[in-house]
Ligand binder design. Sequence first.
Ligand SMILES: *Cc1c(COP(=O)(O)O)cnc(C)c1O
Length: 397
Amino acid sequence: MTDFNKTRSQFHMPEGVVYLDGNSLGPLPVSAKARVSAMIADEWGEMLIKGWNGAGWMKQPRSVGDRIARLIGAEKDTVVMGDTLSLKVHQALASALELKPARRVVLSDNGNFPSDLYIAQGLLKSLDRGYVLKVVDPEEVEDAIDDQVAVLMLTEVDYRTGRLHDMKALTAKAHAKGAITVWDLAHSAGALPVDLAGAGADFAVGCTYKYLNGGPGSPAFIYVAPQHLETTRPTLSGWLGHEAPFEFDLEYRPGAGIDRMRVGTPPIIALAALDAALDAWDGVEMEDVRKRSMELTDLFIAEIEKRCPSLVLNSPRDAMKRGSQVSFRHAQGYAIMQALIARGVIGDFRAPDSIRFGFTPLYIGEAEVMAAVAMIEKVLNERLWDAPAYLKKAEVT
Ligand SMILES: *Cc1c(COP(=O)(O)O)cnc(C)c1O
């Protein structure tokens, strides 16, 4: 059994804050502060360039990748860290397309995060071979998978509504029609059990600053299924994905296995923070996290619907069909969220009218859910959102 009192003690939470935005940026793991300071002082400071070998810096994209592999049901040696998620989407999609050279359709849905769609648009345009990005409603994805589709590219959990795709069923259908799958786990990794190997997923990508608490801009991960590891051509063929980077050969040769998906110099300070953040997952079972998360989101929905009737549920009602976040709609959603944040209840706003709350059992329990509901009720009943300062939009919402 996972000890959630123990995991809670591993995070720093500012006084007076109810944090329901760990789905966007996880809080600071206490150990990350010390680990980063030690890395800077003892490794960078004292070892200088000797740290690449002496402190194992060069291996970290793989060793940290192996720790994440456990949380997403990936086989050993199939996950590597680096770059941002948007770049990893590019890498995965480009490699996936090459596995289906005769096909021209990339299928996605309009619940996907815009960056994934923008990356696909940019890549398909520069390939200039008549590729089409077909974007359908999430409910229509299954029927739209046909024998024209080269790549099915989906985000498992919808960033706005929390709607959860059936990865196993959609992957099976894609394979039956001869397509390759690219799954984005941005709102899945650390939020719910993921079984990449069991689902037979081909490629997967995800970020680590959301549910994995790696800190702002922490490196992303990419997964390549074992059967594709030695045939995948990395399109971002940087020197650290080369078979022998320090031979400084002028011709690119892909590295062995997942190493070929590395691109350039890894961000060692950020990896130190992420590695420390992953300590919080030692002894944590994803099944326990999922059970708690479903209880917390069910409680939140029931209490809000009872006490705040002007909010309209914008997430699946069935906990099995959503991830670990819940959103509600209200015409004044932006101002309501600003009023909540000013009072210590932190969620976020997603255009056009959703207020979104993430539930992260590692450090959130029933007391936080009830405190948040009480504040939301107060902000609505007393129209506390109706103030000029809350109506002006900030750069990051
Ligand atoms: C958060 C998120 C991103 C962000 O990509 P970055 O390159 O890390 O900024 C991309 N895709 C999805 C599905 C996300 O949820």
